[in-house]
Design a protein around this ligand. Structure first.
Ligand SMILES: Cc1cc2nc3c(=O)[nH]c(=O)nc-3n(C[C@H](O)[C@H](O)[C@H](O)COP(=O)(O)OP(=O)(O)OC[C@H]3O[C@@H](n4cnc5c(N)ncnc54)[C@H](O)[C@@H]3O)c2cc1C
Length: 466
């Protein structure tokens, strides 16, 4: 809990931060939330260290629950006084727990979740700890939507700063592409508001996770919410690796020129396959149906179209509430089937051999590849129209080593075949060269890091290096 030293530091710093005092939204958070700091010896430390991924057992030097931007500023002072690096937690969904790196002060921003929508401009202002479920509830009630990920508990903070993709990304762009402005507190505890073509804003569109400072507020363009989500599923069971390869190649071909409002995922679980297909415009249905015909002939079952209202439909994709143990990671940003041709069967064998392992490919492309978005962001690998991901789950602890071994084996297989471009929001601590894997050429990010965090106070384990 709050120590007297901390309170003193806080008061001192608040006097310095008049800018922060002018920011009602960054300060006006949940009335019940309380600022606190938990050290390893505190009663609250164990609970404060709980993450969505219960496989992870983080050991931060301290966890400070922030309620206002002033708390963030006093946290920075605490870290400087105690010679600790800072890690940042918004929704706590990082696959590897980098939001609570060992021996750092972790600033927990999950209680900073205020949001508002300008009724005229439809600009959405939100603090970093807001979860996607809260955002959907808030915006959809007003007929608006922020294109983002599908899982309900993911925080807008981490999601946006690394990119943010979901079922509407091909239509409207990544979450970071809708980001018009933000507020950041830098390593000296100074607040900056960035809009338009500000270089820091560009760096935060895809390269902002824990690298430059603490984002305390985001401002987004929103879109008119779709009325319905048109869904279809294709399913096949008892697949041999050879059949998986044929289906995979057919799926890549079928999805190459999907209309922008459509999304698809190829989900291989054991030797069963489910192909998800969604779109938001009824007019696209005929074209998509024609594109999927070759797949329909190969799979076991194809569901009929079903089209619930959009606000209800997305709840089906909210996922489990957790915490739960898992090992997930990006398994390559891909340009097409060619990159998998040689290894598809081997990959399918690995997936079939270990219960709990799922390998998935999602469609990207569409608006994500628009030049204007590319120019205004650092999100790398926009030319990749697909992203593959590996997931490992287990029900009892005894299965964990086997599942992790299988996930690692798949990751090694992909790496050996030159698949080394990855999505920074799906990190794997074993990636050989994470900065290049996530950001490609990243001198620009180094420059921004030197400007806002020259002492590497915000040290992300796989972040931008000075
Ligand atoms: C179940 C599940 C489903 C997911 N689904 C999707 C999906 O559909 N689409 C998608 O794109 N991604 C998805 N993700 C990945 C998700 O985008 C990342 O895990 C993201 O980093 C989570 O953000 P967070 O705020 O919840 O996580 P946190 O762990 O709190 O933050 C992640 C990282 O972001 C940085 N960070 C957080 N807050 C701030 C801040 N305020 N200022 C500066 N840096 C900050 C920190 O470096 C931290 O390590 C999913 C993850 C999970 C576990």
């Amino acid at each position: 809990m709050i120590t007297p030293t901390h309170l003193q530091a806080r008061r001192k710093f608040i006097q310095l931060s008049t800018v922060a005092l002018l920011m009602p939204l960054a300060r006006g958070q949940s009335a019940t939330a309380k600022t606190s700091i938990d050290l390893p010896e505190s009663h609250g430390y164990r609970d404060a260290c709980l993450l969505f991924n219960s496989r992870l057992k983080p050991k931060p030097a301290a966890v400070m629950k922030c309620v206002t931007e002033d708390d963030v500023i006093s946290g920075i002072q605490w870290a400087n006084e105690h010679k600790k690096k800072i890690s940042l937690k918004s929704g706590g969904h990082c696959f590897e727990g980098f939001c609570m790196a060992d021996d750092t002060l972790s600033l927990d921003l999950s209680n900073m979740n205020a949001m508002s929508l300008d009724p005229k401009t439809h600009i959405f202002t939100v603090a970093p700890g807001a979860k996607l479920r809260q955002i959907n509830d808030f915006l959809l009630a007003k007929g608006r939507v922020l294109p983002a990920g599908s899982c309900a508990g993911v925080g807008i903070g981490g999601l946006t700063l690394g990119g943010g993709y979901g079922m509407l990304a091909r239509q409207y762009g990544l979450t970071c592409d809708l980001l018009m402005g933000l507020r950041v507190v830098d390593a000296e505890g100074k607040g900056h508001d960035c809009d338009g073509d500000h270089e820091l804003l560009k760096a935060c569109r895809g390269g902002g996770n824990g690298n430059f400072g603490v984002i305390t507020q985001f401002r987004f363009r929103t879109q008119k919410a779709p009325s319905h989500l048109y869904n279809r599923r294709f399913k096949a069971k008892n697949l041999t690796p050879a059949k998986v390869k044929i289906l995979l190649e057919t799926w890549f071909r079928a999805t190459k020129d999907l209309p922008r409002d459509a999304f698809s995922a190829f989900v291989l679980n054991g030797n069963s396959l489910t192909i998800l297909l969604t779109h938001t415009n009824l007019q696209s249905q005929e074209q998509i149906t024609a594109m999927m015909k070759p797949l329909e002939k190969l799979v076991g079952t194809t569901t009929r179209y079903y089209a619930p209202l959009y606000p209800a439909a997305i709840k089906a994709y909210y996922g489990r509430s957790g915490p739960l143990p898992f090992k997930n990671a990006c398994a390559g940003m891909l340009r097409g089937f060619d990159e998998l041709d040689e290894i598809a069967e081997k990959l399918a064998q690995h997936v079939a051999a270990t219960p709990g392992v799922i390998w998935q490919v999602n469609t990207l492309g569409g608006a994500i590849q628009d030049q204007a978005f590319a120019d205004a962001s650092v999100f790398a690998h926009r030319d990749c129209s697909y992203m593959s991901e590996i997931q490992g789950y287990w029900h009892n602890a005894a299965s964990e080593p086997n599942v992790i071994k299988a996930v690692d084996a798949i990751q090694n297989l992909l790496a050996q075949h030159g698949i080394n471009r990855h999505y920074c929001n799906y990190p794997d601590k074993n990636f050989a060269n994470p900065q290049t894997a996530y950001f490609g050429e990243h001198d620009f990010l180094k420059k921004i890091k030197r400007l806002y965090d020259p002492t590497d106070l915000f040290h992300h384990p796989q972040g931008v290096r000075l």
